[in-house]
Design a protein around this ligand. Structure first.
Ligand code: ADP
Ligand code: MG
Length: 323
């Protein structure tokens, strides 16, 4: 293994939260209905993501950890027609494996036997049969143990955990039909039922105080915008709780954020931000999500139109509630 590979790996895997993001996306792509995320030490000591998805055979898992291998694209047509799965670059498992001690336990649905594969710094140290339930557990220990320069950039455990929490929350809110659970240092942070709607998922992740202060948004003229925003008095001092999704995918969009804040006008105290979970449905050809896949930024064809539509939809919701 060369230094060049390690640098490339570091670009995809910046911190524990990026590992969690990739593993959760893999679980969703694998048709999981339950996903549990357990981290220790903010994820720097250990990250374990368990799902009840389709699992892998012994051969599958051996191929999956190689560079640029994916089961999600078969040919160039798949690429051109737009890929429905979340991951398709085939790099995540390989790059995560290169900068940690990783253990994968997996068993295909309806399969007879499970497999355990262990990787240390990118090298396969062992593959063998394992007793495990159907689905997959990927356990990542000692992230960046072999790349001290990267390790040095990690922040405190509580900061790293805050990033992990935000990632799992984003996916839980976008997938109310999947039961998510998040544990830190052996303590449950939240769990969702997987049978719920958006409202009950908000209750699970943000708690009763926030959930009961949420106002439904359902409308938008030029753009279909729906979800929930909080009462102007239920706020936080960071914008971290404004989660926006475009066509089901979590994105960052300063246009949408500004539109939401504009809708509140002067009802928000200075430097306070609402909770918001807002889903926009836009024609695929009016949005560019490939600006930077890892930064999850989007660009709209007609920003002014989106901004007005979102602001009006949120404003209508607030007005309907006498605000
Ligand atoms: P990609 O997601 O881009 O295909 P990854 O490196 O993340 O690349 O994963 C490689 C392959 O490993 C996937 O294409 C998939 O076949 C398999 N895989 C990874 N995680 C899981 C999982 N949780 N359940 C089932 N298969 C998985
Ligand atoms: Mg992937």
């Amino acid at each position: 293994e060369t230094t060049i590979q390690r640098i490339a790996a570091g670009e995809v895997v910046e911190r524990p939260a990026s590992v969690v993001k990739e593993l959760v996306e893999n679980s969703l792509d694998a048709d999981a209905s339950r996903i549990s995320v357990r981290v220790d030490g903010g994820g720097t000591e250990r990250i374990a993501v368990t799902d009840d998805g389709i699992g892998m055979s012994r051969e599958d898992v051996q191929i999956a950890v190689e560079e640029h291998t994916t089961s999600k694209i078969r040919d160039i047509d798949d690429l051109e027609s737009g890929v429905a799965t979340l991951g398709f670059r085939g790099e995540a498992l390989y790059t995560i494996g290169a900068v940690s001690r990783t253990k994968i336990r997996t068993k295909p649905r309806g399969g007879e036997s499970g497999t355990e594969l262990r990787l240390v710094g990118g090298d396969v140290e062992g593959v063998g049969p394992a007793g495990c339930p159907e689905g997959t557990t990927v356990e990542v220990e000692d992230l960046f143990f072999n790349t001290p320069a990267r390790r040095k950039y990690l922040k405190t455990d509580s900061t790293e955990f805050a990033h992990v929490n935000r990632v799992v929350t984003q996916y839980a809110l976008a997938n109310p039909d999947v039961a998510f659970s998040l544990e830190h240092d052996g303590r449950e942070v939240f769990s969702t039922t997987g049978r719920g709607n958006l409202q009950s998922t908000i209750l699970s992740v943000y708690g009763r105080e926030v959930a009961t202060a949420m106002i439904a948004v359902d409308g938008g003229d030029a753009v279909d915008a729906s979800g929930y925003v909080s009462h102007p008095e239920t706020t936080r001092s960071t914008r971290e709780y404004v989660a926006t999704y475009v066509n089901g995918r979590y994105v960052r969009s300063s246009v949408v954020r500004e539109a939401i804040l504009d809708a509140y006008g002067n009802q928000l105290a200075p430097d306070r931000y609402p909770f918001a979970v807002l889903f926009l449905d836009v024609p695929a050809d009016s949005v560019d999500v490939n600006v930077h896949p890892r930064k999850m930024e989007v660009r709209f064809g007609d920003e002014a139109r989106v901004k007005t539509a979102v602001r009006d939809a949120v404003q209508d919701a607030l007005l309907d509630n006498g605000l």
